[in-house]
Ligand binder design. Structure first.
Ligand code: CS2
Length: 496
């Protein structure tokens, strides 16, 4: 991102000149580090950093966060120049509020000094590690959770070297921690993976086995490391020049690490912290024994609906999620997806009505102040679709129910992967499996059925019971035929 010049910079010295309601909730630089966070993207800054700062503000504790960016050198440089400070703007139709967050005790660039990150993970002062590294960084087969290490990860696990991947950093860090007997720790996945705590535990266990670490070391890790599952929620689009300009206006100084987010925020966390944790419940988080029902609610009832909006919207030429929602009939279709498919696919948390939840989600998506690009949400579909849509389909079919609206989402994804919007514009397939998906589509018969069969053969994405389901296949083929022949607008109009 280009550097804004002219205004003076957000840093410790600028704090006292900020409007009173824009100042941090803790005195930056005074809270010793107790946590490491991997993945310093916009979502972390507007979510876990905000909760952690608020928790420390109310209840205290040595829970400063050392933020680790795997590769983003510019962001680490920016935050270092800003004394680890950044702002979060909360945006809605009613207006905006900008506040500087003082949760970060330091920042590191893993690519520049991986060994420093390994040493941090082995430091007894660090007792919690949170992660927002996106689905693909786990290197797990999205449908099954089996480890599929790339060459870098194989190298990280095969010999002692400075790790180049996120799983490599975690495993080398835990081995160093075990060797140092540095005490218990929890690794907290805050990514939108299914059963993210169990997936992360599975990743660490499979990766450790790969290293051939001695059994007592593996046993130490199994006994001393918690893997709480979480449900995380807040819509935080990638920052743009507008985000930075608006932050500068609100603060009177420039903040090149500014993020903007919707007002809504939610965090449900399984309380598995053998080394202790911040008092996140004091900041509004829900600590519980099983986050599973909350996670299914969110992955299926929000993220699945988000992906539906992104693929149908991008095909119809809409730039943002809010623009897509303004398309005639889309909200009707999304309501039916929630009411007929999502709500019937799982048992929600006690006291939650899935249809009401869906209404709130649609109102959040329509927030005109959040310019969330359809192409951003459309990214990495192969990593997202299993937990967002395929599991809905699998559970409905196992209960003998149809999955008609969920099948529309799969068809929209296939058409998106075919690479052309209804207006003829080409659509980028930004996905770690892009090559495999495109090859499969190119080799297939050039008919809707041919495309669906090609995609259903990708077992990393489509679970076997869904791939083998003739009714699901027929539904997806029928929707894809409509989308190809008539486009999104007419398909939606004909569907309701
Ligand atoms: C979105 C999510 O980009 C995406 O795929 O569906 O980032 C979504 O905005 C968050 O999960 C909301 O909590």
């Amino acid at each position: 991102m280009a550097v804004t010049v002219g205004a003076s910079r957000l840093d410790l010295g600028a704090l006292r000149r900020l409007p009173a309601d824009s100042r941090p909730l803790v005195r930056p630089g005074t809270v010793p580090a107790g946590m490491v966070h991997l993945g310093l993207g916009a979502f972390h800054r507007a979510h876990q950093a905000v909760y952690t700062e608020a928790a420390v503000g109310v209840a205290g504790g040595d829970w400063g966060i050392v933020g680790v960016a795997p590769r983003n050198a510019a962001l680490v440089e920016t935050l270092t120049a800003q004394d680890n400070l950044f702002s979060v703007s909360t945006l809605s139709a009613q207006g905006r509020h900008t506040r500087v967050v003082g949760a970060l005790a330091g920042v590191r660039l893993a690519a520049a000094d991986p060994d420093a990150v390994v040493a941090l993970l082995a430091d007894p002062a660090i007792r919690v590690v949170t992660l927002t590294v996106t689905e693909k960084a786990y290197q797990l087969d999205p449908a099954s959770g089996v480890l599929r290490p790339d060459a870098e990860l194989v190298a990280d696990l095969s010999a002692e070297r400075s790790p180049a991947t996120v799983p490599g950093l975690l495993v080398r860090g835990l081995l160093a921690r075990a060797a140092a007997g540095a005490g218990p720790i929890s690794l907290v996945s805050c990514d939108n993976l299914p059963a993210n705590g169990r997936r992360l535990r599975g990743l660490v266990t499979q990766a450790l086995a790969f290293t051939g670490a001695p059994t007592p070391v593996q046993d130490w890790i199994a006994a001393h490391v918690g893997f709480p599952g979480t449900m995380v929620d807040r819509i935080v689009p990638a920052s743009t020049r507008d985000t930075l300009d608006a932050a500068r206006q609100a603060l009177g100084v420039s903040d090149l690490a500014a993020v903007a987010a919707e007002p809504y925020t939610q965090w449900v966390i399984e309380d598995d912290f053998p080394g202790g944790r911040p008092a996140w419940e004091q900041a509004g988080a829900v600590l519980c024994a099983d986050a599973g029902p909350w996670e299914r609610l969110k992955l299926r009832g929000l993220n699945g609906v988000h992906s539906a909006t992104a693929y149908l919207g991008a095909l119809a030429g809409c730039e943002t999620i809010a623009d897509a929602l303004a398309m005639p009939h889309l909200t009707t279709v999304l309501r039916r997806l929630v009411a007929e498919d999502v709500a019937a696919s799982f048992v929600p948390p006690d006291g939650v009505d899935v249809v009401d939840y869906g209404e709130e989600v649609l109102a959040r998506f329509a927030n005109p102040a959040i310019r969330h690009r359809t192409l951003q949400v459309a990214m990495d579909g192969s990593q997202k679709l299993p937990q967002r849509i395929m599991h809905t389909i699998a559970d409905l079919r196992a209960a003998g129910r149809p999955a008609r609206w969920a099948a529309l989402v799969v068809a929209a994804w296939v058409r998106f992967a075919q690479g052309q919007a209804d207006n003829g514009r080409s659509l980028p397939l930004d996905d770690p499996l892009a090559g495999r998906i495109q090859e499969a589509l190119a080799a297939a018969a050039q008919t809707p059925a041919g495309a669906v069969d090609a995609v259903f053969a990708l077992d990393a994405v489509v679970p076997p019971e869904v791939a083998a389901d003739a009714q699901v296949r027929a539904d997806v083929v029928a929707w894809l035929t409509d989308l190809q022949r008539h486009g999104v607008a007419a398909t939606l109009a004909g569907a309701v």
